[in-house]
Design a protein around this ligand. Structure first.
Ligand code: TXA
Ligand code: MG
Length: 339
């Protein structure tokens, strides 16, 4: 297939996706962060299918994906000025805003909370899908979509990852190639007097602070009652089956030597090449810049996890630009080992 044929096939798939979504079916679609598992956010039965397919507890709220900044008003009420400022600065993009919900947003989407998460994703396929869906059913249409993985597992960044995880549970998977950001959106809570980051992402506190003229706060303990039911903040999440440890890079040689003494097969993800080759060591070199590391992270984790190693070691990320990556790795380590 040449590019034009590929694009027209994708375009036909998007039309098919709109029909399926309007009929209450699930469609997986690419975004710049990770693939989403989408359902018509106005249809509680359709949204319920998401929880079944993912094996996710039904009280966990979902992000509603919208086609236009102006559509915020269909979903949120009492929208503060900072929401418009952030949306204009960063949408379409990897930023989710938590706002007070309109009363008609289904409880199935919000987990029964009085708030709703909203995001306009920056991916041509997602945007075309959202626009076509809104055109077909009235502008107030949006797609509720969590990451298209089984609950607690590694988020998908390719269509194949979605197929591997969800298979027949999803009617259609739109293939938009590998995701370019690679980890989930930054979530900002705007429902209180402060601007609070609930989940770090590649859009950093400094990016947000620059636009607002003041730094946002970080939810210090994401597990505190202040931030209930944000499943991305559960301690064990994004987890491989192989027991995973984060290692400062000067400790790596020592733990590797110990593993070799025990004759264990180990996997390593590091930004530098293996110091030596050994049949018991599967070494994956990751990009040394945070954006590249994040883009490839989940594919690298899935690849290393599939090797059936006794252990996986990942080089400890250090410094602010690595904050969101460090957050995901910490949760991946906490949930690893088949939990
Ligand atoms: O990048 C992303 O955000 C991806 C793509 C597909 O858009 N989506 C994603 O969805 O990561 P999910 O469901 O895996 O994570 C969304 C997070 C969850 O931790 C959820 O609890 C939180 O957003 N969330 C959604 N609505 C919320 C609300 N009203 N209050 C607090 N947290 C909320
Ligand atoms: Mg998720």
């Amino acid at each position: 297939m040449n590019d034009l044929q590929r694009w027209s096939a994708l375009h036909a798939d998007i039309q098919r996706a709109v029909v399926l979504l309007r009929a209450g079916e699930l469609v997986a679609f690419p975004t710049e962060t990770v693939y989403g598992l989408g359902a018509n956010a106005r249809n509680p039965e359709a949204v319920a299918k998401i929880f079944t397919a993912k094996g996710r507890p039904a009280d966990h709220p979902l992000i509603v994906h919208i086609a236009e900044i102006a559509h915020l008003e269909y979903w949120a009420r009492d929208i503060p000025e900072v929401a418009w400022v952030l949306a204009k600065a960063f949408w379409p993009g990897p930023l989710t805003l938590i706002l007070k919900r309109q009363p008609d947003v289904p409880d199935a989407v919000t987990g029964g909370q009085d708030t709703v998460g909203l995001r306009m994703p920056n991916h041509p396929v997602a945007l075309e899908l959202l626009r076509a869906f809104a055109d077909a059913g009235g502008a107030a249409g949006g797609l509720a979509a969590p990451s298209a993985n089984r609950f607690g597992r590694i988020s998908p960044t390719t269509a194949q990852h979605v197929r591997d995880d969800l298979g027949d549970a999803v009617s259609l998977i739109l293939d938009g190639g590998p995701c370019t950001v690679g980890i989930e959106s930054t979530i900002v809570d705007l429902t209180g007097p402060r601007t609070t980051i609930l989940r770090p992402g590649m859009l950093s506190p400094f990016d947000i602070g620059r636009v607002l003229g003041r730094m946002p706060e970080m939810a210090d303990n994401p597990l505190s009652p202040r931030t209930p039911r944000t499943s991305g903040t559960l301690e064990a999440h994004y987890a491989p089956r192989t027991p995973l440890q984060i290692m400062p890079n000067d400790s790596l040689p020592i733990v590797l030597r110990d593993s070799l003494v025990r004759r264990e097969h180990v996997a390593v993800l590091a930004t530098f090449p293996a110091p030596f080759d050994h049949p018991l060591i599967s070494w994956q070199v990751a990009p040394a810049d945070p954006a590249g590391f994040a883009r490839d992270l989940y594919a690298n984790l899935r690849k290393l996890d599939s090797l059936g190693c006794a252990r996986m070691f990942i080089e400890k990320p250090v410094g602010q630009p690595w904050q969101a990556i460090a957050d995901r790795l910490k949760r991946a380590a906490a949930g690893s080992g088949g939990a």
